[in-house]
Ligand binder design. Structure first.
Ligand code: AP5
Ligand code: MG
Length: 193
């Protein structure tokens, strides 16, 4: 089973992805976490990535698709499922994902949209800034991240709706309530999968 979690910054993708992967034995594939690991290594490419993340912009599709390609090749056969958190983020990435899965004789099972309003996002990321000290969790960078979400990532909702693969979940409930809804959805997908 291959699932994409889609939602704005702070919508709870990472939080829910960790819970889902633990419960169902899926591989948690967060492009953001992979990129932040590269930044920590302070290589030339890591420093370039850091500048883009801290400007709230997207890393180039070429770099992202290389990362996704190698992880899919390495992990796909070893897990019961794959959960993408933060990928795809634009139409070209969505099409690249379809092609990559196709090469492995697989296809995307479903996309789960977590919807959360901007006020709640700001509140959550202000709190997380104190806890995790993520450099892109400040109000100016968040404006840019939200703009990128609106212009580049949100159009994916239509794309997946047309493929009949989209499910929407209200992310403005407790972590536990959101998780229960997602678990029910995955169980129902499993029964028809
Ligand atoms: P990425 O790491 O993907 O960040 P993001 O999409 O901005 O999302 P966040 O990680 O901030 O939020 P989340 O939805 O995971 O929420 P979380 O569970 O943490 O990307 C970062 C950057 O990397 C991008 O800007 C870009 O530069 C680059 N990048 C990544 N992928 C890319 C790609 N594919 N292409 C190009 N560039 C890419 O929750 C947030 C907080 O809220 C936490 O403190 C949590 O405890 C709390 N919380 C969660 N759920 C709830 C709840 N229900 N109620 C109350 N609080 C909650
Ligand atoms: Mg995250």
């Amino acid at each position: 089973m291959i699932i994409v979690l889609l939602g704005p910054p702070g919508s709870g993708k990472g939080t829910q992805a960790a819970l889902i992967c633990k419960k169902f034995g899926f591989f948690h594939f967060s492009t953001g976490n992979i990129l932040r690991k590269k930044v920590k290594k302070k290589t030339k490419i890591g420093k370039e990535i850091e500048l883009i993340i801290n400007a709230g912009k997207l890393i180039s599709d070429k770099i992202i698709i290389q990362i996704v390609n190698s992880k899919i090749t390495e992990k796909l056969d070893h897990y019961k499922g794959f959960l993408f958190d933060g990928f795809p983020r634009n139409l070209d990435q969505a099409k690249a994902l379809d092609n990559l899965l196709n090469k492995h004789s697989q296809s995307l099972t479903n996309v789960i949209q977590l919807y959360v309003d901007n006020e709640e996002v700001l509140k959550r990321l202000q709190k997380r800034k104190l806890e995790e000290k993520r450099q892109d969790d400040n109000e100016d960078v968040l404006k840019s991240r939200l703009k990128v979400y609106l212009n580049e990532t949100k159009p994916l909702l239509d794309f997946y709706q047309k493929e009949n693969k989209l499910n929407k979940i209200n992310g403005m409930q407790t972590i536990n309530d959101v998780n229960n809804k997602i678990n029910d959805l995955i169980l129902s997908l499993k029964s028809t999968w």
